[in-house]
Design a protein around this ligand. Structure first.
Ligand code: CO
Length: 136
């Protein structure tokens, strides 16, 4: 079951530059900062209440996030809904006619994750995430 907005993903040219706003000017706390090799991004999570902002900086040119940055510039990239069972969310969404990017969950910055295609979602890239135990 979906329970809340887990995070909003924002594509940036430089996470270090973006941290001057989100961390330094807004005072948000960084809870994760690492390179996700299969996505070709450096991902930085900042906590805001019980939700998060996810900064995505491309580290290679051949990835979806790099192409997004090249064609659309910096800005909002996706919204992520938290679920207790990301595999079931993907299966249920597919059964209801939603086009999936990920047919099965895979590890991401927020836990086990899966994406639905923005074509099915009125132009918004939607992610489901089941966080790792002990983190919200
Ligand atoms: Co995300």
């Amino acid at each position: 079951m979906l329970s809340k907005v887990h995070h909003v993903g924002v594509v940036v040219k430089s996470a270090d530059e973006a941290l001057k706003f989100y961390r330094d000017a807004l005072g948000l706390t960084v809870t994760a900062d690492r390179v996700i090799e299969d996505q070709g991004v450096r991902g930085v999570l900042l906590q805001i209440g019980n939700s998060e902002i996810e900064l995505l900086e491309p580290v290679r040119d051949d990835t979806g996030v790099a192409k997004f940055l090249a064609s659309r510039g910096e800005g909002m990239h996706h919204i992520c809904f938290e679920s207790d069972d990301v595999a079931k969310e993907l299966t249920d969404a597919k059964a209801r006619g939603v086009e999936l990017i990920d047919q099965a969950p895979r590890p991401g910055l927020a836990g086990m994750i899966g994406f639905c295609h923005p074509k099915s979602n009125h132009g918004v890239l939607v992610e489901f995430a089941t966080p790792i135990e002990g983190r919200h």
